[in-house]
Design a protein around this ligand. Sequence first.
Ligand SMILES: [Zn+2]
Length: 192
Amino acid sequence: MAAPILLDLLWPIFLLIGWEHVSIVPNRNQFLRLQFDFYPISHGLVAVIGWATLYAAVYFGVTRYLAGAIVIWAGVVSHWLMDLIVHLPDLQLYATSRAYVLGLWNHRWLAIALEVVLLAIGAWIYERQTRASDRIGLYGYIGFVFFLMAAYAAVLIGPPPPSVKKLALVALLAWLMIPWAWWFDKHRTRRA
Ligand SMILES: [Zn+2]
C-alpha cells in the first residue's frame, strides 16, 4: 500500500519544509486546482527511481523477500508512470526539466472514469485474492474502499484548499492508509 503512494506520502512533508512548491489556482481547468510548480524531490523521475530503489533495498534487507522487493520497486515507479497519463505538463524528470505528459486531467470525465475504473479493478483483484476471516477483515476493507472514494469525491467537488499549508496537512492524512490497510489485511486470508 505504501509503495504506490510513497511519492504522495513524501510530497506534503517537502511542502511543509519548503523544499517543494505548489500553487493553488482554483480554476486552472475544470478539474484541477493545483499547479505543481516544483517537486523534483518527490516526483522527479530520477528521484523516483532513487526512492523506489531505496525502499526496495530496505524492504529486502529486512525481509529477504526478493519478489516483494521487486513489487515494491515497481509500485513506487508506477506512481510516476500513472501521473504521466493524467498530469498537465508539470511532471518533472529532475530539477528543471519537464516530462512529456498526456494531460488527461484536461478531460474531466475521461480522467474520472479511468481513475474510478482503476480503483474498482484493484479492489476486485484484492477481493478475489483474499477472504475476510472476521468482521474486521470485511468491514475494515469495505470502509477503506469507501474512504478512498469519499476522499476522491471531496477533491473533485469540495472547495479548493484554503492554503498550501492546510493542503499539505490534509495530504498527510494519506499516511493513515498504511496502518488501516495493514489492520484489515491481517484479518483476511489468501483464497486457495
Ligand atoms: Zn503523486
